[in-house]
Design a protein around this ligand. Structure first.
Ligand code: ADP
Length: 580
């Protein structure tokens, strides 16, 4: 902000190390430049090392009436009444001068006109005061310079009086209007700062998005004297409308379309812009670096179209309001999210500690029961077949319970982060071999085929954990498929990772279950075998801790296939072969 376009532009440019300035070609007549000076010439002469480019802009639409901007940046029609009042003031001055003329020197009569010019400048502004200066010279000449009541001048010395009167009149009017302008600008700026300040204070006192929207609407409405509407996406992603009923009434299908466009494209649109200028409102997207927050729409009061557009200054202010609002709403959203996440973490932690304490307490008695029953079964004592069968059932069920409790414990340990993945470069076929040995008894009724290429690279893994993954997958393949159905275990390397697949020829997975079966405690109903739905969740936790992925799919030809990847990050250790 300043008085001189050239000076302020260059000051700004130098402060920001600007190297090029682009200006539009002047379209006004050369006379204006001669009278008031040319901004363009001035800019070129004083720009120094900065390049100035002069371009011809786009053609101005002839339908738009010329707009006069007032000091506040708002566009107002020329007020002819003020010019009429300037005329009346000069007339009054002439009457007073006529009354005192017989008693005063003619030079002092001029002073009366000067007072009139000052009054007009203070009350009515620049244009009327320039008119008053000209009228004063004419009136003085006509009424008080001999020959009276003509514009003729007998004594040429009077021309000096005219010249000085005009010059002083114009200077006074320029100075006073400038001071007035500055006072007004300062007042306006203070009003805006105060409003922004009170808006941010109210933002700080509110934490819900709804309340923040109301605060923003109230303040923007006050400063711009326009109806304001705000669109924020709700939890379901649909845009919700905030604003007074009056503002909402303006929102027809077309306006909604413009608003939607602004939200989708993140660009302003509406009246006074290049995009969809036919609409009633001006729409500004609310954005932060995190993304879209919503849209603010503002409907200027009814007036001829050119006067309803916003000046750059106002747009800038509106942007500031928009940014403040977007930040406040984003802050509210983030704090809501953090709170929710906190609650979830807390619940999870409680559940985990409950589970782990319960499973710990179950483990010891279970171990005692299985030990006792297997002791009995293996003892030399002759048991009748019925008791032996019951014993066997008790033993198997206790063992199953033991596995389940083991799974629960594993899961809670994995989730609480107390399991450290201790990666070492290992040959995968060895881990697969140990797993198959471990599961020898349960794999009896299922022919298992392994497909492992000889050149499978070493993989950085925690072998105990990966063994657990294979155990769970193979156990499932046995549990959920009929006896004698074959199981395929394959592995291969591709694109920087090793893929392992356990595939069966069982009933396969129901569509839609492919992802859900990896969730904790998810079981496909009706459940055919005992289990709690933790096996696959454990697999996923382990694989993800290794930086890999796990997924399931149905095989062509029937059956399910479970695959997981293990990334080959880093360099495997170099094995140096000893000569000995
Ligand atoms: P659990 O075996 O304890 O039920 P899991 O997490 O191991 O829990 O498995 C979750 C669900 O996935 C099981 O209830 C089962 O219905 C389904 N499922 C797992 N493996 C297979 C498979 N090989 N074939 C068909 N369904 C399977």
């Amino acid at each position: 902000t300043g008085h001189n376009v050239t000076e302020e532009t260059l000051n700004f440019a130098r402060k920001r190390n600007v190297t090029k300035i682009i200006v539009g070609k002047p379209l006004h007549s050369v006379w204006r430049d001669l009278l008031f000076g040319s901004v363009l010439n001035d800019l070129i002469r004083r720009s120094g090392s900065i390049d100035v480019y002069v371009i011809s802009g786009e053609a101005v639409e002839p339908s738009q009436p010329p707009v006069t901007q007032t000091l506040l940046g708002m566009r107002n029609p020329i007020q002819w009444k003020l010019y009429l009042r300037a005329f009346i003031v000069v007339a009054i001055c002439s009457v007073i001068a006529g009354l005192v003329f017989p008693f005063l020197e003619s030079a002092n009569v001029v002073m009366i006109y000067l007072v009139g010019i000052v009054v007009v400048a203070v009350w009515y502004g620049r244009g009327p005061s320039v008119l008053a200066s000209l009228l004063s010279v004419l009136a003085y000449d006509f009424l008080f310079v001999p020959p009276h009541l003509t514009l003729a001048v007998s004594d040429t010395q009077y021309f000096i009086t005219f010249g000085v009167l005009l010059l002083v009149g114009l200077t006074i009017s320029t100075m006073t209007t400038r001071i007035k302008e500055q006072a007004e600008i300062a007042r306006e700026r203070e009003r805006r700062t105060a409003s922004l300040y009170s808006m941010s204070r109210e933002f700080a006192n509110n934490s819900s998005a709804d309340a923040l929207a109301d605060v923003a609407i109230e303040h923007i409405h006050d400063v711009f004297d326009s109806q304001v509407i705000l669109f924020l996406p709700g939890s379901d992603g649909e845009l919700q409308t905030y604003g007074s009923d009056e503002a909402k009434q303006k929102l027809n299908e077309q306006e909604r379309g413009v608003m939607r466009w602004v939200y989708d494209h993140g660009q302003e649109a509406g009246i006074g812009t290049q995009t969809l200028p036919g609409s009633d409102g001006f729409y500004l997207p609310l954005q932060t670096h995190q993304g879209k927050i919503g849209v603010v729409g503002i409907y200027p009061p009814p007036a001829p179209i050119a006067y309803r557009m916003f000046s750059p200054d106002q747009l800038h202010l509106l942007e500031i309001y928009g940014n403040q609002t977007a930040l406040a709403i984003e802050r509210a959203r983030l704090s809501e999210e953090t709170e929710r996440a906190q609650v979830q973490i807390e619940t999870e932690r409680m559940r985990n500690s409950l589970l782990s304490s319960v499973s710990h307490d179950l483990r010891t008695p279970l171990a005692a029961i299985t030990g006792a029953v297997s002791g009995l079964l293996e003892s030399d004592k002759k048991l009748d077949p019925h008791s032996k069968e019951l014993m066997q059932i008790a033993y198997e069920e206790a063992a199953r319970l033991n596995r389940l409790v083991g799974n629960l414990l594993d899961m809670t340990r994995l989730e609480s982060g107390s399991v450290v993945v201790d990666k070492e470069w290992q040959p995968l076929e060895e881990v697969i071999g140990t797993t198959i040995l471990r599961l020898d008894s349960i794999l009896q009724d299922h022919p298992l085929k392994t497909h492992i290429p000889d050149d499978l690279p070493l993989v950085p893994i925690d072998s105990l954990l990966i063994e657990q993954v294979l155990v769970n997958l193979l156990e499932n393949a046995v549990k959920y498929t009929p006896t004698e159905s074959p199981i395929d275990l394959s592995s291969w390397s591709e694109a920087g990772e090793v893929v392992v697949e356990v595939a069966d020829r069982g009933p396969g997975l129901k569509p839609g279950d492919e992802n859900r079966i990896f969730e904790k405690f998810y079981r496909v109903r009706p459940a055919t075998t005992g289990g709690v739905g933790l096996g696959l969740a454990i697999c996923r936790a382990i694989v993800e801790a290794h930086g890999g992925r796990i997924w399931a799919a149905n095989r062509s030809g029937g059956g399910a296939s479970f695959r997981f990847t293990l990334p080959l990050d880093g360099e495997p250790p170099q094995v140096t072969l000893d000569d000995e």
